[in-house]
Design a binder for this molecule. Structure first.
Ligand code: PMP
Length: 408
């Protein structure tokens, strides 16, 4: 048939997108932040690990080993739950951190972000309530919104979730789950103290609530004593999905994370994963397993911690000299972020535009809030620049604040 005869006389548009595809927005500052990759910019914006610290040689050796030991297996389809040796290695690391874990308790996911999606599809019906910290991780908010959840913020203070406020919210909202990042939270860097973790776990047990403990940053501690996982507290055992990641301690491009969950929830997550991607890349899993067997990941993490600690300290030292009187900021014991709040009348989104003109960037805190945002807040990531570059960036931030100050 000639091509022109194939077209009907009238052409109808294809049907509309699903409402969720248009109702859930990206980050309102995404366009501005796209500029932060410009050469010369000192960026405190991205939540990226420092690429010069990746163990590229060790990982190349691990990929070589995966191919020479078992190329056909590495290139073949594999089980949804993940490669047994990687699951076993994850279980050993979790056990060493104080949470007895067997290989079967864990599934490997394509980044911990996927674990969040799997848990959400296993638990959330449209209209279900999800409780979150305020502010919290933007892509988690997007994940819950895409599932049609009603996201409700639990009041937080400098130490994170306020347990009494959580109990009130559970009674009032009858939520399915609490999503929390108790250790070195994104975006605030806060860590929930052990006593509050115990209270959260017992509230969940008493009032009936799933707990989703997202912990991509827990290995990046620069000072202070380790706080046991929420999942390890009495009451949390049968109702916690613990999400871990290799992104911040190995490399995010591997897209390897894991989920530790009670059996029934894990089974539901496995079905959701079959529908999502069948399984996580076999070759990447086997390479990671070889890496964990042959290299010393903890020694690598110790090096990363030392570098990040000095970067954090450079940022904190600099901020003290440039933030206007009346500003407040925290000193995170680990992770990647400092959270700051400018004095009354300031607006971090307006400041970002001036800051970019001065070749420095950060993320305005507003993007991370559920409900009314606090426009005076900003998130500063300290991982991707050297202390010298950080000092330069902070000086530029000071210049931007001075310029902006005349307009406030
Ligand atoms: N949770 C939090 C709190 C994060 O900050 C991130 C990434 N920055 C993720 C989950 C996802 O990490 P990944 O998928 O790389 O493991």
């Amino acid at each position: 048939m000639p091509a022109e005869a194939a077209l009907p006389v009238t052409v109808s548009p294809p049907p509309a997108f699903a409402a969720r595809a248009t109702s859930v927005g990206g980050s309102p500052v995404r366009e501005i932040l796209a500029l932060t990759g410009r050469p010369g910019i000192v960026s405190f914006a991205g939540g990226l690990p420092a690429p010069e610290l990746f163990d590229t040689e060790g990982l190349r050796t691990a990929y070589d080993a995966a191919f020479s030991a078992s190329a056909r297996r590495a290139l073949q389809y594999s089980t949804t739950e993940g490669a047994p040796e990687l699951r076993a290695a994850v279980a050993r690391r979790a056990t060493a951190r104080g949470l007895a874990t067997g290989e079967d308790d864990v599934i490997v996911t394509s980044g911990s972000q996927q674990a969040l999606t799997l848990i959400t599809s296993a638990l959330i019906e449209p209209g279900d309530v999800v409780l979150v910290e305020n502010p919290t991780y933007l892509a988690a908010l997007q994940c819950f919104a895409l599932a049609g959840a009603r996201v409700v913020a639990v009041p937080c203070d400098e130490e994170g979730l306020i347990p009494e406020a959580l109990a009130e919210a559970v009674v009032r909202e009858r939520p399915k789950l609490l999503y929390t990042i108790p250790t070195f939270q994104n975006p605030t860097g806060r860590t929930l103290p052990g006593t509050r973790r115990a209270a959260v776990a017992s509230t969940a047990a008493r009032l009936g609530l799933w707990l989703v403990e997202d912990d991509p940053y827990g290995d990046l501690r620069y000072e202070g004593a380790e706080v046991p996982w929420l999942a390890a507290h009495p009451g949390a055992e049968d109702r916690t999905a613990l999400l871990g990641s290799f992104s911040k301690i190995m490399a995010p491009g591997l897209r390897l994370g894991w989920l530790r969950a009670p059996a029934a929830l894990r089974r539901a997550a496995v079905i959701a994963k079959q529908a999502a991607d069948l399984h996580t890349s076999t070759v990447d899993q086997l390479a990671a397993a070889h890496y964990l067997a042959a290299a010393d990941l903890d020694a690598h993490i110790a090096g990363v911690r030392a570098a990040y600690r000095s970067r954090r300290d450079a940022l904190l030292a600099g901020l003290a000299g440039v933030l206007p009187a009346g500003s407040a900021w925290n000193r995170p014991e680990g992770g990647m972020f400092v959270w700051a709040r400018l004095p009354e009348g300031h607006d971090a989104t307006a400041l970002l535009k001036t800051a970019l003109a001065h070749e420095v960037a950060f993320v305005p805190g507003s993007s991370f809030f559920t409900g009314p945002p606090d426009p005076r807040t900003l998130r500063l990531s300290f991982t991707t620049h050297t202390p010298q570059e950080i000092a330069r960036g902070v000086a530029r931030l000071g210049a931007a604040l001075t310029e902006h100050g005349s307009r406030w």
